[in-house]
Structures are given as structure tokens and as C-alpha cells.
Design a binder for this molecule. Structure first.
Ligand SMILES: [Zn+2]
Length: 301
């Protein structure tokens, strides 16, 4: 075994950050240089028995997102391939994900084929390792301490989140999911695909205060009276204030929320962010800082 059993994506990425700080001898750049990580890994305990990870190569095939494979002719060499037809931010995430498989799973199999859906739709073992590789990529590209520093004590809107995504050079969607994990605010993120909810995430304080979206049925459709349901509104990056009960029927009548909306140009995909008022007028406890619990609902099993 190359890795102790307790290793997971977040712990491994933290360790890599530690080595990166030593590598740079200073602050690690905001946008992690994955080429540095790739070259560094074989020189660390995570690269035991490996001489080289070759520079990633592009392919243009939408059948999958990325690939990690051992060189059949040289077991000390590994290679990464990634879908070159997607945005540079997604390419980066894929490469980071494959580096995650390299660190966490390469003693299990010589080859990993990854696509975006296998995190949700593959069989259990596959879902687990895909999620671990995603966790590694998220933690590597968007370190929690930095993100927490950037989102704390400021008013959040989609302009702020978009600017942070640019600093990390990650996709807006990846950043929003990460934001939900770290925000102390009550927040809910819904990702709509062709008019139906595909994924939903709730922040830990939203879970604790039982903020829940009204169920319209399965599949979930946008609720009447929301921006999500209003086809004439494509973008609402500043947010619109409304009664929280429009979205969450169990919220008290005086509760407000801000609904934000981002529509993607390429396909019929929409991101909804809801920021709810605090349910209790007291300082938040610190349990959200564990940061590793995330309530996610997948609407398309
Ligand atoms: Zn994978």
C-alpha cells in the first residue's frame, strides 16, 4: 500500500499544499499551478515508486472527461489525458481530479476513466473513488482557509463569487459548490438542467435550521413566484429579496431570502443560489468549520 487507509481527498490535498509552500518557499499562488504539483508528486511520499507523471495530453472526445493510466511498458511512469473541448477551468479541475486518483487510488487499478456523471451514477465503489478524487481537486484548487478568508465578513453576491472563481481559475459552478460548504450563512444552491433540478446543496447552517425547498414533485421544477421560474430573467447576480416562504414553506413569514440566478449561454442550464436570513439572532457556532459535511441531493439517480 502506498497510502495509509485514513487518507482522503481533503487530507491529501492539504498535505500537497504543505509541500507546495515548501516548494515555493513562500505563499502558494492563488491559482494553483498543476504542472508544479504534477512534477513535485513523484518526489514526495505520495509518489513512491513512480519516476514521472507525464505532461497531460488533450483529446477531443466528449465520451469522458479525463483519464489516468500507468504506462504499460514502464510501471514507474503514469500519464494523464483530458477532454480539451471544455473550458480551461474544467480542464484544470479534471487534471486535478486525475492527480487525486494518482495520490489516492493508483495502487488499486492501472487505469481510471472518468466522466462527470460517474460521481453520481456509477456503482458504489466507483462513486466513492470519484467523489474522493473530486474532493482532492476541490481542496487542492480552492483551499478552504483561503476561501473562508475571502468570503467572511462581506456581502456575498454572484459578482463576488465569480471574482473568486477567477482568482482560483475554477469554474463558477465548482466555486459555488465550494462556497456552500464553507459559508456560515444559511445557503441553498440548486442546479437546473432543462427545467428540472439536477443537484441541490445546502450549507451546514441551512441543514441545522431545517431550511428546505418546497417539493414540487419528482423531478423538481422551479416554484411559482421565484426567479428560477421566470424565463424573462436570465441573470440576477445582485439577487432579489423575497419572502423565504416562497422557496421554503417551513420558514417563518417574516423571514427573507435573496435569490440569485445565473443562466449559462451554452445549454439550458441555470444555477440558483438562495441566501437566507439567519434563523436565530445569535452568533453562529463554529461547527461549520469542520467543513467536510455537505448535504447534497441528487435528483437524477
Ligand atoms: Zn475519476
Amino acid at each position: 500500500m502506498n497510502t495509509p487507509p485514513a487518507l482522503n481527498g481533503a487530507i491529501a490535498a492539504n498535505k500537497v499544499h504543505h509541500w507546495l509552500r515548501a516548494w515555493y518557499g513562500a505563499d502558494v499562488p492563488e491559482a494553483i499551478d498543476l504542472d508544479v504539483v504534477r512534477q513535485m508528486l513523484p518526489t514526495t511520499p505520495y509518489g513512491k515508486g513512480v519516476r514521472e507523471i507525464r505532461p497531460p495530453v488533450q483529446f477531443n472526445d466528449d465520451a469522458f472527461e479525463g483519464l489516468l493510466a500507468r504506462d504499460p511498458g514502464d510501471p514507474q511512469v503514469w500519464g494523464i489525458a483530458y477532454n480539451g473541448s471544455v473550458s480551461p477551468e474544467r480542464q484544470r479541475f479534471t487534471i486535478a481530479h486525475e492527480l487525486g486518483h494518482f495520490v489516492l487510488h493508483r495502487d488499486r487499478q492501472p487505469r481510471f476513466h472518468c466522466d462527470k456523471e460517474s460521481v453520481h451514477s456509477g456503482h458504489e465503489t466507483m462513486r466513492l473513488i470519484e467523489r474522493e478524487a473530486d474532493d482532492f481537486a476541490s481542496n487542492l484548487l480552492m483551499p478552504g482557509d483561503r476561501l473562508r478568508e475571502w468570503i467572511s465578513n462581506r456581502r456575498i453576491d454572484l459578482h463576488v463569487l465569480s471574482a473568486i472563481a477567477k482568482r482560483f481559475q475554477v469554474s463558477f459552478e465548482a466555486l459555488c459548490i465550494r462556497f456552500i460548504k464553507f459559508t456560515p450563512q444559511r445557503a441553498i444552491l440548486v442546479y437546473w438542467d432543462n427545467g428540472y433540478a439536477k443537484y441541490e446543496w445546502r450549507s451546514s447552517s441551512a441543514v441545522r435550521t431545517r431550511a428546505r425547498i418546497r417539493r414540487s414533485g419528482d423531478p423538481q421544477e422551479p416554484l411559482p413566484g421565484t426567479l428560477a421560474a421566470d424565463a424573462s430573467v436570465e441573470q440576477a447576480w445582485d439577487g432579489v429579496e423575497m419572502s423565504a416562504a416562497i422557496w421554503c414553506p417551513e420558514e417563518a413569514p417574516h423571514m427573507k431570502l435573496r435569490e440569485f440566478k445565473h443562466s449559462y449561454t451554452s445549454r439550458d442550464r441555470v444555477l440558483t443560489l438562495l441566501l437566507l436570513e439567519s434563523a436565530e439572532p445569535r452568533a453562529w457556532d463554529r461547527s461549520w468549520q469542520d467543513g467536510e459535511t455537505l448535504d447534497a441531493v441528487n435528483w437524477r439517480q
